[in-house]
Design a protein around this ligand. Structure first.
Ligand code: ZN
Length: 585
């Protein structure tokens, strides 16, 4: 009885608070209270965000878990809609819009997209365990005890995976087999060494040994089960297509790019942009020809002409054992340029540390940013660069040709200064955790692509035609990604057509093109995020510049834009227009 009274009282109180101050009430409900409930259901996402309170939970991905997810999204969406967005201030209103999109998307993923049925690679325990074992967020013993608890559910986890998978695509099935077999490494010698060097009791060690053995068996069984399933699918020829189809593609695109004109409009814009970029590249190839190609006869075919100049310029690169130190030397140079030209304020207390990519993260990309999440913004950020001298010489050479002395600065701008790294630092400082956590992929990639163009336009690299040509090649990749993604998933483009476009019309190597073909089979919409985000950011800047005329400040634009975290571009635009209303009216 007492509980009922206090529940009633609470209800009355919250109704009163709602009536009085919707902003305070919104912040109380959708601040840490919402996130804590969210992390309970999504401990893996929590670990990625740097929130470890729920890290010992491994959710068994069965129909109960999906029902719980569905209830959660519905319940919080109802709570969200108790607020009228127009009664909230700009910051809260944009959190409202972000959450509304997120919760609707989660329901759509569960009930319409249903990747949990056809994408068996989503069942893989590796990533969270690797993070717990390799991130020093707590003393080793404590982390090991968390891992030990988390291991308990592994057999149930993979049993539920087998029950959930039905009619998967063969591509995702092969990926799941490969990645799960790779996951076995995490439960191998390194972990045993960590346990041996820990302060765990004999009893704990015994339990650990037992759970590791069970875990390895569960993973192997799942991979074997998928192998058998794949064999059946190969024989019957009835596997689901990896192509999403235009209806699902359009819907997925709309969730990923709120406020945009839609997937087809972006595709059409990218087609136009491709032609424009190729025109610019041809002019630069003509300009550079005498200097770079000397007396070689110039081919009439535009693609051959541009391609030959690019190949020649790509020979200009450092030795494989010099690459990490070369990158290290570029960082302060880029920082100085950004500061000297008032492009934006960098945080001197957060120096970027360039290091060799740790062994367990190697093999995927040449470089990546390893940054702390919104719960640990004080932690160090690393810029991982693959030590190329650890690769076979021909592989190292092909990496170096791609990341030559003209391309590398563009690439480091994208990844680090003032691209991803700078954006992340600002995002983690953003007053809204919601915006940092439910960040928009198109904003994140779009900012990095925007940063490249903005740096070159500011005069970085002294407008060298070699740099611009290489830049356009790099940018053409973003544009072509959009074309490829849409054509493959919505229009049925074949592998042969795709490879032809990438190698002959976008100047990509065979290796890069086949890698891209694999990626477009395994993902959808993500490849469109680069150009989608870029064109929204660049378009917004142009409009603002026109509107503000002489009062426009590039630095102010950048700092304001980044201060809203990784919110979708349309929301940032709304917030910025409220924060700095047009004067003179
Ligand atoms: Zn990127």
């Amino acid at each position: 009885m007492r509980r009922m009274i206090s529940a009633l009282l609470l209800l009355a109180l919250s109704a009163a608070a709602l009536a009085n101050d919707p902003n305070a009430e919104f912040e109380a409900r959708f601040g840490d209270a919402f996130l804590e409930a969210y992390w309970q259901l999504n401990p893996d996402a929590a670990i990625t965000a740097g929130y470890y309170k729920t890290a010992d939970r491994l959710i068994v991905p069965d129909s109960n878990a999906r029902a719980e997810q569905r209830d959660f999204s519905k319940k919080w969406q109802a709570r969200l809609h108790e607020f009228k967005p127009e009664a909230l201030d700009a910051g809260n209103r944009s959190d409202w819009a972000l959450l509304d999109n997120e919760l609707r998307m989660e329901l759509w993923q569960l009930d319409r997209l249903r990747a949990w049925e056809w994408s068996p690679d989503i069942y893989n325990i590796a990533n969270s365990f690797a993070l717990l074992l390799n991130t020093e967020y707590a003393p080793l013993d404590q982390r090991l005890r968390t891992v030990l608890k988390r291991l308990k559910n592994v057999p149930a986890y993979y049993a539920a995976a087998e029950l959930s998978v039905r009619n998967p695509t063969r591509e995702h099935t092969r990926l799941a087999i490969e990645q799960n077999r790779g996951a076995l490494d995490i439960f191998g010698a390194d972990l045993e060494k960590q346990i041996a060097s820990s302060g765990l009791s004999a009893k704990e060690r015994k339990l650990f040994a037992r759970r590791i053995a069970t875990t390895r068996r569960s993973i192997r069984d799942y991979a074997d089960w998928l192998e058998a399933l794949d064999g059946k699918l190969a024989k019957s020829g009835t596997a689901r297509s990896f192509r999403l189809g235009s209806a699902l593609y359009d819907q997925k695109f709309a969730f990923a790019n709120p406020g945009s004109a839609g997937a087809q409009a972006l595709y059409e814009s990218a087609q136009q942009e491709r032609l424009r970029v190729l025109g610019k590249m041809e002019l630069l190839a003509d300009e550079l020809w005498p200097k770079v190609m000397a007396h070689t006869p110039k081919p009439a075919n535009r693609f051959e002409k541009i391609g030959q100049v690019i190949v020649q310029l790509s020979r200009d690169h450092v030795a494989s054992n010099q690459y990490v130190s070369y990158v290290r030397s570029l960082i302060p140079q880029l920082e100085k340029w950004v500061t000297d030209h008032n492009l934006l304020t960098l945080d001197p207390t957060k120096p970027l540390v360039v290091r060799d990519t740790p062994a367990y993260q190697r093999g995927v990309s040449i470089a990546s940013i390893d940054s702390p999440g919104p719960y640990d913004p004080g932690a160090r950020t690393y810029f991982n660069v693959m030590p190329l001298d650890t690769l076979p010489p021909n592989e190292a050479e092909s990496f170096l040709c791609e990341y030559n002395n003209w391309m590398s600065p563009v690439f480091i701008i994208h990844e680090a200064i003032p691209g991803h790294y700078v954006q992340l630092i600002y995002a983690n400082r953003s007053p809204s955790r919601i915006k940092s956590i439910f960040g928009n992929g198109s904003t994140v990639e779009g900012w990095a692509v925007y940063a490249e163009r903005m740096m070159l336009e500011s005069g970085y690299g002294a407008n060298a035609p070699e740099l611009w040509l290489m830049y356009w090649k790099w940018y053409l990749r973003s544009v072509t990604n959009t074309v490829l993604d849409y054509r493959v998933h919505a229009l049925g483009m074949s592998e042969q057509e795709a490879l032809h476009m990438l190698t002959h019309e976008a100047f990509q190597s065979e290796k890069e093109a086949t890698g891209k073909w694999r990626r477009v089979q395994l993902s959808s919409v993500q490849l469109a995020s680069y150009y989608s985000g870029f064109s929204q950011i660049y378009g917004y800047r142009e409009r603002l510049q026109k509107q503000q005329g002489a009062e426009f400040s590039l630095q102010r634009f950048h700092e304001q834009f980044l201060s809203y975290g990784s919110a979708p571009v349309n929301i940032i635009e709304q917030m910025m227009s409220v924060a700095s209303p047009r004067r003179g009216k």
